[in-house]
Ligand binder design. Sequence first.
Ligand SMILES: Nc1ncnc2c1ncn2[C@@H]1O[C@H](COP(=O)(O)OP(=O)(O)OP(=O)(O)O)[C@@H](O)[C@H]1O
Ligand SMILES: [Mg+2]
Length: 336
Amino acid sequence: MAAPRKKSVARIVAVAGGKGGVGKSTVAANLSLAIGRLGHRVALVDADLGAANLHTMMGALHPRASLADFLDHNVDNLDEVRLNVAPNVDLIPGASRPGSANLPVAQKLRLIRAIARLDADCIVVDVGAGTSYTVVDLVGASDLKLFVVAPQLPSLHNAYALLKACVHRVVRKLSDDETQINLIDSALANETRARTIVQLLAVLRPMDPSLVDLIEDTLSRFGAGLVGNMLTSDSEVGAMTRMSPLINDHLRVSAPVLAAIRRTNSLAGGLRAGTGTLATSSDESFASFRALARTVLEADLGRLRGEARQQQTMPLWVSREDRPATAEPPPAEQPH
Ligand SMILES: Nc1ncnc2c1ncn2[C@@H]1O[C@H](COP(=O)(O)OP(=O)(O)OP(=O)(O)O)[C@@H](O)[C@H]1O
Ligand SMILES: [Mg+2]
């Protein structure tokens, strides 16, 4: 009898963007297929709790089970609702229901832990649009955070706002001192006269040098990347590229452009399930998704997570271990 396969530590990739309709699901689906084609096992999670549609994109109109069964406690883990949709690619179909976008804290942590426990080499999470705490925390709990950006100003703005909210959320969890948290809020919350991160670190350093080291270390391995989508010209590719230094200047986070995907008819959608959004080998975007898949697979998980946490814990603040939600008091929702 063959020895049971050792469960690998999955790399978790969030696909976000802030703005609706910029191609998050298209990118999540095609990236997953490309990773699968490279021989790695993918769990693609449709965590767009407001408007799940990856199952339709992947050609499964009426999945037998979905994330709704997990949220309703009909099943205890997400492996029970996974559906094979392509070689090496399983989908965890999403749940669309009114009011579910902002999950209660305990439910959200249960979902984040369940995602991290999925048996796969790579877990791709479509987090949906918006900046709800569910979105921000799903992004924060991922190793790689992809921000899909279309070449329109609202998309650039929303992607930046979401990235900033994610940085803020992660950084404020590093301290439990009220004064320090107030300073962090004043630098990263949407205030008219907010400090920059650089000013914040200068103020914090004399107070608590080890906190500043921790913030700098956390920001240095934040794992963000931009995915330009629906691009129609080289000048639009240039606009994406110019976002990265701005992000670095303002947030001290590296967010390189990891892919520049053109607007193509083959990704523009259609009326039949499973058609119109998945690139085939003759499409020009096929190579872009393959290159993005390689980038995701080559990312240094040890560096992103920190060596000490690589095996035992989820990235950043959510425990990977299988503990009941009551063992760890849920953090209070904090206003931004
Ligand atoms: N590169 C592209 N070229 C042409 N059409 C595209 C491209 N990327 C996405 N689309 C189309 O744009 C529409 C929106 O894409 P998609 O559903 O992936 O966006 P989304 O960000 O997931 O939206 P939502 O916020 O509603 O979840 C779809 O009809 C899709 O087929
Ligand atoms: Mg979508």
